[in-house]
Design a protein around this ligand. Structure first.
Ligand code: SAM
Length: 154
């Protein structure tokens, strides 16, 4: 199975790429994390709704066929690691690619939220979008470790 991490933001600084790669590279092929970076809109106009909508359209265009869509969203479900491991087991078993959607500074569009089957909250805190992709990669690796009795999770 492939988990597509569809995230607004490109041209990330080295520390973001290194942090993300550090965890993504540990996952095996049967639970591969694939990053799809979505170019952010120019912020000059200040039209927040349009920016989120345009970015949302590009995120939806990047979805693989038959994707099971999960948004990363502050008001989503606050999963414990064991909840995420259960979700990962379910995703691995249902034969569909999974798409985890991370918005930009303006957040996710209503269109993206409307196609999601699940919504995952990392915390009630608002995190910067570059940090979210690193936390998600680490948590997916941790959930995989738990399912596979790997000593990383204890
Ligand atoms: C800077 S935040 C956007 C803030 C925007 N005001 C909002 O309410 O979504 C950028 C993206 O990171 C993700 N994000 C930030 N904090 C999060 C959290 N605590 N849980 C889940 N996702 C989060 C979401 O996908 C969000 O669209």
């Amino acid at each position: 199975m492939q988990i597509h991490l569809i995230a607004v933001g490109n041209k990330m600084p080295d520390w973001v790429q290194q942090g993300y790669n550090e965890y993504a590279k540990r996952l095996p092929r049967e639970c591969e994390l694939v990053l799809r970076e979505i170019a952010p809109d120019k912020r000059k106009s200040g039209d927040i709704a349009r920016i989120a909508r345009d970015e949302g359209e590009r995120m939806l265009a990047a979805l693989p066929p038959r994707a099971h869509v999960v948004t990363l969203d502050i008001p989503g479900k606050p999963w414990a690691t064991s909840d995420l491991a259960q979700a990962l087991q379910r995703w691995l078993g249902n034969g569909q690619p999974v798409a985890l959607m991370v918005g930009g500074p303006e957040g996710l569009s209503e269109q993206v939220k409307s196609v999601a089957k699940e919504s995952w909250s990392l915390s009630p805190l608002t995190f910067p979008h570059p940090l979210v992709r690193i936390v998600v990669a680490e948590q997916i690796y941790r959930a995989w470790s738990l399912l596979n009795h790997h000593p990383y999770h204890r």
